[in-house]
Every structure is written in C-alpha cells, then in structure tokens.
Design a protein around this ligand. Sequence first.
Ligand SMILES: CCCCCCCCCCCCCCCCCCCCCCCCCCCC(=O)SCCNC(=O)CCNC(=O)[C@H](O)C(C)(C)COP(=O)(O)OP(=O)(O)OC[C@H]1O[C@@H](n2cnc3c(N)ncnc32)[C@H](O)[C@@H]1OP(=O)(O)O
Ligand SMILES: NC(=O)C1=CN([C@@H]2O[C@H](COP(=O)(O)OP(=O)(O)OC[C@H]3O[C@@H](n4cnc5c(N)ncnc54)[C@H](OP(=O)(O)O)[C@@H]3O)[C@@H](O)[C@H]2O)C=CC1
Length: 515
Amino acid sequence: MSMIAAFYGGKSILITGATGFLGKVLMEKLFRTSPNLKVIYILVRPKAGQTLQQRVFQILNSKLFEKVKEVCPNVHEKIRPICADLNQNDFGISKEDMQELLSCTNIIFHCAATVRFDDPLRHAVQLNVTATQQLLQMASEMPRLEAFIHISTAYSNCNLKHIDEVIYPCPVEPKKIIDSLEWLDDAIVDEITPKLIGDRPNTYTYTKALGEMVVHQEGRNLNIAIIRPSIVGATWQEPFPGWVDNLNGPSGMIIAAGKGFLRSLRATPMAVADLIPVDTVVNLTLAAGWYTAVHRPKSTLIYHCTSGNLNPCNWLKMGLYVLATFEKVPFEKAFRRPNADFTTNILSNQYWNAVSHLAPAIIYDFYLRLTGRKPRMTKLMNRLLRTISMLEYFINRSWEWSTANTEMLMSELSPEDQRVFNFDVRQLNWLEYIENYVLGVKKYLLKEDMAGIPKAKQHLKRLRNIHYLFNTALFLIIWRLLIARSQMARNIWLFIVSFCYKFLSYFRASSTLKV
Ligand SMILES: CCCCCCCCCCCCCCCCCCCCCCCCCCCC(=O)SCCNC(=O)CCNC(=O)[C@H](O)C(C)(C)COP(=O)(O)OP(=O)(O)OC[C@H]1O[C@@H](n2cnc3c(N)ncnc32)[C@H](O)[C@@H]1OP(=O)(O)O
Ligand SMILES: NC(=O)C1=CN([C@@H]2O[C@H](COP(=O)(O)OP(=O)(O)OC[C@H]3O[C@@H](n4cnc5c(N)ncnc54)[C@H](OP(=O)(O)O)[C@@H]3O)[C@@H](O)[C@H]2O)C=CC1
C-alpha cells in the first residue's frame, strides 16, 4: 500500500492554479491515487465567457481525466470550485466560502502564477508575490493545516550559475516593493523595472524569487516546502505519455518548427536542455506534501525538480530528436519543410532570421495579396521572432541545480511509493519522451488526426519540390544576371560548358569502343 496515497485519503486539499497545466495534472493524480480523499477545493475565476461550473465540467470531461472516472466515479462531488480572483483583496472569496476553507483545509498546493515573461512588474508582483502573501495569511488562520506547498521555478535564481536548495535574498525586500507599487504610477514602475530585476531576464523570474522570499519570511510558523521545477514539458508516463495543453516553453516551439515557421534558432547546441515532465513534477510535489506534513522538517525545505544533473540532454540532441520525429509524424498543412539550424552568433542569427523567416513570409504575403486574400504571415512571423527572443536567454546557458533534498526525499519513500510517485528522472529515455511529446503536441494541441499522416507526408514532398524549383530558378536568374554583367562569370560559364562537352564526348567514345 502506498503511504503517500493513504496519507491524502480523507483530506481536504486546497489547490490554486488548478485550471493551469500543472494544476490539472496534480488534481488528476490526487483523484486517481487517493480516490477516498475528502474534497479538493479549487480557486477558480470565471474566464472567457465560462462560469466556474463550466470550466470544471470541461476539465473533468477531458481526456486527461478518463482514468479518474474509472477509479473515482463520484469525482464531481469531490471537487469544490470556489469563485476567486487572486488579484483581489481576500481573493474576492465570499464569507461562507472563506469560513469553510479556513476551518477545513488540511493541505495547500499553491500553483497559481503568471508565467508570462513580458508581464508588467505591477501585475507580476500582484500575482506572484502579493497573492502568495495573502494565501500565507489565510494559511496561518487554518487550524487543521498540515502542509503548505509552494510551486516556484528553478529559474527564480537564474542570475546564478550554481544554485543550491536555499533561498537567496533579493536586494530589495518584497514588502518594500509591494508598498511602493501602491503609490508609484505605471510610467515610473516601467522605468525602474530593469533596475529592480537586475541581471534576471524578465519580471517572471524576478517576482518568483520575491515570492519565495515572502514564503520564507511570512510562513515561519507553517509547515512549508518549496518546489522548483525547471522547464515543465508534456507527461512522461501518467496518466498517459505526451499529454500537454498549452504553448508555454518548448511546446509552442515544437509547433512552430513542425509547421515549418521556425527554421533557425539562436541556441547553444551543447547547453543543457533542462526539461522536466509535468507528471514528474506532480509526483515530487505530492511526495513533498506528505513528507512535510508527516515529518515536519525544522526548516523550509526546497526541492529542485530538474533533469540536468541526473540525466542531462542538450539542445542539439533535443532538436535532432524533434526533427527525427517530424519525419515519422509530420504536422498537417506545414508552411515549409521542418528543418532548422542552431546558431550561437548574433549576426548570423539575424541573417537567418531575414532569409529563413522574414523573406518567405513576405513572399507568401505577396502571393496572398495577388490572390485577393488578406496577408498575415509577416505579422505571425514577427510575433514568433519576438517569442523566440524571450526564450533565447534560457537556451544559451546551462545551470547546475543541486538536488540533495530531492534525493533525500526519494530515499525516504517506500519501494511502493517510489513506483507510484516516481520522480527519478534517471529512468527517462529522452528519445522516447520527445517522440511522445511531439505526438502529444500533434494530438492534444493541434487536434490533428493520425489518419492525416499520409496526406501530410504528401504535402511535405510537394513543399520539397517547390523548394528545389524555387532554388533552381533563383540560381538561374542570378547566374544570368552575372553573365550579362561580368566577363569573369562569362569565362567560367564557357569553361564549364566546354568541360561538360569534352566529358560527354569522351564518355560517348569510350562506350562505342566497348561495343
Ligand atoms: C546544429 C544543428 C542543429 C539541428 C537541430 C535543430 C533543430 C531545431 C528544431 C527546433 C525544435 C524545437 C524544439 C526545441 C525547442 C527549443 C526552444 C525551447 C524553449 C524553452 C524555453 C524555456 C523557458 C523556461 C523558462 C522558465 C520556465 C518557467 O518557469 S515558466 C513557463 C514558461 N513560460 C512561458 O513559456 C511563457 C512564455 N509566453 C509569454 O511570455 C507570452 O505568451 C509571449 C510574450 C511569448 C507572447 O505574448 P503576446 O502578448 O505577444 O501574445 P499572447 O497573447 O500571449 O499569445 C499570442 C499568440 O501566441 C501564442 N503563444 C503564446 N505563447 C507562445 C509560445 N511560447 N510559443 C508559441 N506561441 C505562443 C498564443 O497562443 C497566441 O496564439 P493565438 O491565440 O492563436 O493568437
Ligand atoms: N510551465 C512551466 O514551464 C513552469 C511552471 N512553473 C510554475 O508552476 C506553476 C504552474 O504553472 P503552469 O501550470 O505551467 O501555468 P499556467 O499558466 O498553465 O497556469 C496558471 C494558473 O494560475 C491561475 N491564475 C492566474 N491568474 C489568476 C488569478 N488572478 N486568479 C486566479 N487564478 C489565477 C490560472 O487560472 P486561469 O486558468 O483562470 O488563467 C491557472 O490556473 C506556476 O507557479 C509556475 O511558476 C515553474 C517552472 C516551469
């Protein structure tokens, strides 16, 4: 019997960010392995014209939850959506709901965050810092609380090269930042943002670091653990391989490469591609929840959930695995054939951006205009280039994360728990994982049918022929222009023609002699 699964039985669990990528997988695993848990409270906001109930209904009826329904048929009764917006005071939770949460919650998993790299500082602080502070305040009023698990990111200290499982202080206290944002106007905040974030690349990593500091300072009387995952990717094993539902991190890039939009990338081929499957993060999170509640460590433990030091893979290998998978399972209606290069040089990257990205987009838009349609490719390409420029920081560096706490936790698990809540990334086969990831992107993000693969292959063949034809025509035009203008080009041309003629004559003569 799994001790961890048994521990969550009968518990009331509060999850923030349950409608997000990680939150959904966390909820699924909890219901599947501890179907006798009492209730999962989820803080949800109405969104995109959908009520809370509609959002929950959609999640529970998705493919991800198919297995859950077999082991926990009354899952609808065990999930309790609570209307909440983490940007509001007291999260805008009604008095009755708040009362229930305060008196019943046993475990908190705080996953909600803004993961956008370009969020204005004010918004990122509101969600990643102030909301965390408010949740800690709530937690301190919960008499039955056994553990508070905060999800951070391994990149919260990406300004360092070697990162230990400790909290690194930020120069300006989070409280001071929160206070000053109350009276500073947006223009001044924008002006001081680069100074505040310092050598971090964006407001996301900076505010996640501030969030950790808040947890450390204001959660002293609570049983807390912090999980720091690196780049979270599709599921590895559970509930099935390759599940993914948003474009963050590599998923968007896999689509862009598979559809032939992304043809070159400024990336360091040998830098470590620190991907971690979402189900691995969830297993570690649940194990940490159990350990924190049962063993009550004296200080806040931080767990690095990374792959680089245990089972490293670099961007070159990952890129080649992705490209190899496109050969077997191509995406439909590609713009160009998937084929990409990594470059580390900024100038050559700009050249390839112009030649491989912008020029084909402009030519295609010209064709759309000619055929009376609205041009859209250049706009799309510029958006993609902007996204890539924000990811470049992460694909041109390597970090070393120590994993002593994570390894300690693994050793504390029974053999059964090591199997059910497996977070040993050493067992991961990257090629197999990437194949399933690409397949998952095709199925769950692009909603493409496997029956369309022969047609997609046919389409790629057509694109290859167009590519050859285009290159040949371009070569001939340039050559013709050169011959018209340069004596040297004419001489080379005459030399090639006479050489070919002599070669053919010799070949013909020798074959006549043989007969
Ligand atoms: C030498 C030889 C080599 C040969 C081999 C070469 C092979 C190369 C093949 C290439 C194969 C590729 C596979 C490898 C991938 C490499 C890249 C991997 C990148 C990894 C990055 C890791 C970062 C990790 C950081 C830390 C991790 C975390 O803690 S947080 C999680 C990460 N967070 C994010 O990823 C958020 C990023 N997103 C944003 O910040 C914003 O969305 C944005 C700034 C990117 C865009 O903002 P904007 O306001 O313009 O648009 P928005 O409204 O958000 O969306 C507009 C449309 O764009 C779509 N979208 C959104 N995000 C992405 C995305 N990441 N990728 C693609 N598209 C995206 C969005 O859905 C919208 O679409 P529509 O609705 O259709 O308009
Ligand atoms: N994805 C990754 O690569 C990594 C993620 N992480 C961390 O993991 C955690 C989960 O990330 P992930 O699941 O990928 O992110 P998602 O963007 O998929 O999910 C974010 C969640 O936060 C919720 N949320 C955002 N704003 C509010 C708000 N104002 N009120 C209520 N809820 C809100 C979202 O709700 P809604 O659906 O309503 O928008 C959603 O449920 C985050 O803390 C992130 O920092 C760490 C490392 C890597």
